[in-house]
Ligand binder design. Sequence first.
Ligand code: URA
Length: 214
Amino acid sequence: MTMDGLDPQRFLSALLRMGIDRYVSGRQEALTLATLKAQVGACTRCELSRSRRSVVFGEGDEAARLVFVGEAPGEEEDRQGRPFVGRAGKLLDQMIERIGLHRKDVFICNVLKCRPPNNRDPDPAEVDVCKGHLFAQLELIRPHLICTLGKHAYNTLLGVDARITRIRGTLTSYKGTRLLPTYHPSYLLRNQAAIKEAYEDMEKVKTLLAEDRG
Ligand code: URA
């Protein structure tokens, strides 16, 4: 018996009337970035789902060799439903250009998919329920290199509690994928002196991607 073309509730009621109380569908929907996006878009697993205007899933090349991971959407990102479209986003665009790439060539996402009110830091409980979305994104995209922006992305992926000033620019790996941490663009807007180091990190990203091409 198939469920095709039937309302799922009516289908299950019909099975129950026949004395069948278990049904295992033979169809398994393959998880793609599009299906994941739909799932994340319906997420209500934390309080942020009540205050958000948009779920900011992330955007870019679904087969990107380079993924940037930020912290959480801000006001403008929440309004537009897109990552890094405010002031910090303009600086991220410049950083990407330093690598010789454009936004459309990479994938950009965040640890949290919904905006914390008043741009406060992500709460550890929010990170805990949301990080699975990020892990799934990385599994589907399978990039050659991950560039984390700021401490939250780095600490979430590696399950540590490191200070960004200690670890930035130090190559490590996440589940076998190379990971290079750099400063968050919002931090760079407040600490212009650190931009030089962030640009050095982008040079490193460029070299690592070139090496990978062999
Ligand atoms: N800061 C982030 O961490 N992510 C965004 O999308 C925008 C600002």
